[in-house]
Design a protein around this ligand. Sequence first.
Ligand code: DAT
Ligand code: MG
Length: 151
Amino acid sequence: GSNERTFISVKPDGVQRRLVGEIVHRFERKGFKLVGMKLLQASAEQLREHYRDLSEKPFYSSLVKYMSSGPIVVMAWQGHDVVKSARKMLGETNPADSLPGTIRGDFCVEVSRNVVHGSDSVESAQREISLWFEHHELLCWEECSQPWIYA
Ligand code: DAT
Ligand code: MG
């Protein structure tokens, strides 16, 4: 439905490389609605929880270290099929496999510095949004462009 939400985050390399505006711009232009956004320093504990499905992977501890190495921007975006569309806009996990035109295809080189996160399913989006946002930080608002984006 058009009320679907996904969790997107600009990772520490994306913030350091001044890509926050570019990434927000892409989701705005696509037609998705921003319903939550903040800059924060994530704790290792939060990141271990965020990436708990990867806890057995050999790169898990370096991933947590990288993700806690500087400020990140966390966002919730809403719209029709936003989880799947956002994953397409991000590109593949490995930037080397990401097509030009995707965020990872355009702005990064290594899998361990891939500038942006996006939820992989509606269920993980719900889990991640509730991990990073308080209920009151998520806004329901009327977009004046809505009738020009949805028939
Ligand atoms: P994605 O972020 O595309 O959902 P994922 O959930 O499989 O990918 O992994 C989470 C992050 O972990 C990924 O964005 C970058 C890092 N990562 C994944 N595979 C890796 C690998 N083989 N070596 C180093 N880091 C990796
Ligand atoms: Mg993932």
